[in-house]
Design a protein around this ligand. Structure first.
Ligand SMILES: [Zn+2]
Length: 142
């Protein structure tokens, strides 16, 4: 969970750097391709608050809080953000390549999670999750 998205993120940063040598692409790709997973902290802290458990790194890394709480929010994991990044990029004038870098990094993250976590087809749409009240049984098979 912690490091699995780094290679793809670095590759996206490297691809954009190859066309336009600017190290900022690595930063952008790591933020949108790797640090997206910081939103697990949102789900974890909700679980800690509701369960009255003491926070622990082991519980956080285990991911058991998803099943215990029967909810899944992961607010940064959403195809809608990729679309929004493209739309903002179109409006940004000459900065489109930065938004494209962010979009590709986020898309690779979502594709990787889609393939490895085995959620339902629309689970990484935030609108789908909200419609289903963020219930975990509408996100994946238990
Ligand atoms: Zn993820």
């Amino acid at each position: 969970m912690l490091f699995e998205h780094i290679p793809a993120s670095v590759a996206v940063g490297g691809l954009f750097w190859w066309f336009d040598p600017n190290p900022v692409y690595f930063f952008i790709a790591l933020v949108f391709g790797w640090l997206v997973d910081v939103d697990h902290l949102f789900d974890y802290l909700l679980w800690v608050k509701r369960s009255c458990c003491k926070p622990s790194i082991r519980d956080f890394i285990s991911g058991k809080y998803f099943k215990d709480s029967m909810k899944i929010y992961v607010p940064f994991h959403a195809w809608e953000w990729a679309l929004l990044l493209v739309l903002i990029g179109i409006q940004s004038g000459g900065r489109m390549r930065y938004f494209l870098c962010a979009t590709f990094a986020l898309m690779l993250h979502l594709i990787h999670d889609q393939l490895t976590n085995k959620p339902f087809l629309f689970s990484y749409l935030i609108s789908y999750r909200v419609y289903h009240d963020n219930r975990i049984e509408s996100f994946c098979r238990l």
